[in-house]
Design a protein around this ligand. Structure first.
Ligand SMILES: *Cc1c(COP(=O)(O)O)cnc(C)c1O
Length: 252
């Protein structure tokens, strides 16, 4: 998969990552403070698509405790070499039902559940493997045609269905607002998500542990935290611009 980097290139990426991590940490703390919350209540997930394992592991050694891959094949290729003794590995990308089998028992959470069919398969294979798989339900908050996620009005029905399925536990919600939006508009999307999150939390549905609101990426994570996110998924602000030429076809 990824070509190996020269020792010099690697050292330079390690250095950049350490500097970027400091900045991201400062920004998370500052946003949390503005929102009257604590840094400790917010989980930083590093989005690691296209990033070589050595670089990701360096980040883990520097304190990153949670990473997310978004393609099954790339996850499979990198999985064994990750420092899983120190970090949680999650799946954050669009997932096809026929690929679920590669994730069960490996990832601690699947953040992108957006259909009953997908949840059924996660349930079926989790039962078979004797594990419980944590999931987030993905909401297409901007109602974009080519984006994964359920529309907000479908969320309750999906939640009701998934909550009945054995060996799947809903831990919260995930969303990616439209990429081209102005900050004000983005904040409004985040805010809507927060309201759905709180609404559902107060309903106390059996087998639903509504505790994570995963939203905010490199361009907008401070806004997301101010709106109530408690997990941000950050790629390029940590690892630099993605170089898709060094990996197999990766779409995002
Ligand atoms: C790539 C990715 C991210 C991080 O994107 P950046 O803009 O690089 O921070 C977050 N979430 C998902 C689902 C991703 O695929």
């Amino acid at each position: 998969m990824e070509k190996s980097l020269s020792e010099q290139a690697l050292q330079s990426r390690f250095h950049d990552l350490e500097e970027n991590l400091k900045i991201v940490e400062e920004q998370i703390s500052a946003a949390a403070e503005r929102a009257g919350r604590r840094r400790a209540d917010i989980t930083l997930l590093a989005a690691t698509k296209t990033v070589p394992v050595e670089v990701v592991n360096h980040g883990i050694e520097a304190g990153i405790r949670c990473i997310g891959e978004n393609r099954v094949q790339e996850l499979t290729e990198k999985y064994d070499r990750y420092r899983k003794d120190l970090a949680d590995v999650q799946f954050i990308g669009h997932l096809q039902t026929n690929k679920v089998k590669y994730l069960i028992g490996k990832v601690s959470m699947i953040q992108s559940v957006d259909s009953e069919k997908l949840a059924q398969e996660i349930s079926r294979l989790s039962v078979r493997a004797g594990v419980v798989t944590n999931v987030l339900l993905e909401v297409n908050i901007g109602r974009e045609a080519n984006k994964s996620g359920v529309f907000p009005e479908q969320l309750e029905a999906l939640l009701g269905a998934v909550s009945q399925m054995p060996n799947v536990c809903v831990q919260g919600l995930m969303a990616i607002p439209p990429a081209q939006a102005q900050p004000k508009e983005t904040f409004a999307y985040f805010n809507k998500m927060y309201h759905y999150f709180v609404d559902i939390s107060t309903k106390k549905i059996d087998n639903v542990n509504m505790q994570l609101l995963s939203m905010g990426m490199s361009e907008d994570y401070p806004l997301a935290i101010e709106a109530g996110a408690n997990m941000v998924r950050i790629g390029s602000a940590l690892f630099g611009a993605r170089d898709y030429t060094k990996t197999k076809s990766t779409r995002f």
